[in-house]
Write a protein that binds this ligand. Sequence first.
Ligand code: UDP
Length: 471
Amino acid sequence: MADQTYQLHAFFFPFMAQGHMMPMIGMAKLFASRGIRSTIINTPSNASLCEKSIRKSKNIELLLIKFPAVEVGLPPGCENLNQAPTLEMQGKIFKATTLLEQQFDELVSEHRPDFLVADMFFPWASDVAAKYGIPRFVFHGSGFFPLCASLCLLRHQPHKQVSSDSEPFALPDFPDEIKFTRNQIPSFIKQEVETEFIKLYRAAKESERRSYGTLVNSFYELEPNYADHYRNVFGMRTWHIGPISLVSRDDEETYVDEHGVLNWLNSQRPNSVIYICFGSVANFDDAQLKEIAMGLEFSRQKFIWVVKREKDVEGKENWLPEGFEKRIEGKGVIVRGWAPQLVILNHEAVGGFVTHCGWNSILEAVGAGVSMVTWPISADQFYNEKLVIRVLKVGVPVGVQRYVQLVGDSIKKEAIGKAVKQIMNGEEAEEMRERAREFAQKARIAVELGGSSHNDLTSLIQELKSHTCRS
Ligand code: UDP
């Protein structure tokens, strides 16, 4: 029997990118709410986001390590992928994280946690855990479907059976018929040239095999066949404990509506506004931003559009068509920088979401019952698009053909306008929204007492208590 009074202590070590860090902080809060003493490891520039998020939680603390930005040629303080607008800078962020092992080891040695949850991009965390004889869990920031799709590609290499980059192939031995082209899959999967990233990816996969298991920010009812497939066919030990945003994010309480976005939304009819946001990393060029602006005008829908650009020193914005802001007055809002995505998605006026298909965005849309226009750019986003369109059937694709890091494939205004109209008012719009609302309901049940995610976390905590008390 596990000692029920023993308080477990966990380290949570997120990768320095919003899409990995926010759910891992949420996970630390979730464990803390279940009585685990949780310590988040982070770096000075990322500390304020952490502090803000955990300030009301008990059982939780933050420990800082130095991020070797300057050592790898980054400006001082550049410690997050969203501060790195070029691929070269992003490569340096990854490089800097490979230098963190020693500091991390020292913290583990000093604080002696009972287990570690470390991002997939820190494969050496499994070595540190082994050195101190404690379990290490992997966190990918991704769901079961994308995890299965990437392992399937690596195992069966179906992309090698087609004669051109645009010829579709199906994923073999997969629960649903899912097709891709070579153009749509990451180069680190194709492994055509050996790069630092490919080496890291391989080490990550290998270290997952050596870890105690994997924590997945998903819920069983969203992708049951893929949760089973990852466990049974690929033999991975996993626990699904999400959607974490439903249990741990408090954006609604903390957001200050300085740009009047929520005020504006409050004056709009239910399901009348489309929300457009491409996550924290993607960085479109001026020409693509202009196409989006024209596509939105063409769709004649009300919108909130998040653009990661500021006005230049003269207050000009070359990425907007002439007179655009004047014409959209009252019809649309441009948010420059960071938007309160969870709050917006959960507002009843929002009836659709144009998304780059980052896993967090997909899960947040599903959790809010919002259907999507899918516009994948890179990473696991093409897999996630297939989940939304082919499996969940809660979206329409904008028609992206190519995986292009950071800037994405080029998409024309006509395609944007058409997909937006379809998701807001097309023949199947209400049906898709209804399906999304059903998933939202299932997501809420999953994280409540007795729900699948709540239960999986309970059994993990029980297992860890017996493991710790035995050793
Ligand atoms: N996000 C946000 N406001 C923004 C942009 C992003 O709150 O203006 C949040 C979004 O809610 C999500 C995360 O940042 O939780 C982005 O993660 P995702 O996996 O969707 O994409 P990534 O940024 O990793 O590409």
